[in-house]
Design a binder for this molecule. Sequence first.
Ligand code: 3HC
Length: 284
Amino acid sequence: MSINKIAVVGAGQMGSGIAQVFATAGKTVTVYDISQEIVDKSKAKLQKGLAKQVEKGKIDQAKADAIMANISYSADTEYSDIGDTELVVEAAIERLDLKKSIFQKLDKATKADCILATNTSSISITEIAKVVEDKSKVIGMHFFNPPVVMKLIEIICGGNTSEETYNTVFALSQEIGKNPVTVDEAPGFVVNRILIPMINEAIDLVQNGVASPEDIDTAMKLGCNHPMGPLTLGDYIGLDTCLAIMETIFTETGDPKYRPSLLLRKMVRAGKLGNKTGEGFFKH
Ligand code: 3HC
């Protein structure tokens, strides 16, 4: 099944980037969020980003215009205008109750064979699918930040995902120029199961006074050739998202090695979430 009409739920950094990836590949995309203000912000950010790419000579004006023309925005939280959309990628915040409520509404609003994908960073696809009547069309399609740059998509089948849904999403991921990997359902999947505990460990090192945030990041950049140090990356992903992922891995496995750092909890409680709030381990 070829997919051409797509909806993305969530106009945050992931949702906006995912929509851009699809629109660049020539797909028709509608981006949904809960207010006009949020979707307007997403649109303005895309316009600015594309203008920069034109200025740098990466794309021409005609391509930028075509990408913009492929994306529309909606603040309809019932998705009543979603029509004959063939795939929805949900990229809302990492909260199971919220994702379930979105999927319940999507199940009612979309056509019977519309694939319902989630960009969840760690939550069980099988659990999210519980609120959908036909669970065979629910799947994980996990993009990485920034979606426009990062080549990987983790494709995660839930306990009831059909082979047809998997094949369609795998082929689409390749068609849009990404490199899909198939991952069995497990807390944190592959990347976040390795990456987020590493960031958590870096936060524990700050808490224990082993080294400064600057020196920890320098150590990992120069010692492991990582493009960003773990604390810069934690700020970039969002410390609230990092905490939510650690909580899921910790709760699901029951293994104390995944205990979220107390300093991470404190930072999130203090609203120091990283780039999006202007302060995390670093000022932005
Ligand atoms: N949107 C679009 N393009 C972007 C971008 C963005 N947000 N950020 C950077 N780019 C582009 C730039 O325009 C530039 O393109 P060009 O080479 O064509 O000019 C290119 O990416 C490189 O950018 P910069 O020169 O500004 O900066 P860097 O070379 O330092 O690269 C980076 C920036 C790509 C973000 C790099 O630092 C990096 O790879 N960091 C690690 C990112 C990472 O680990 N992501 C995964 C996070 S985990 C995750 O997402 C899972 C989730 O579930 C939590």
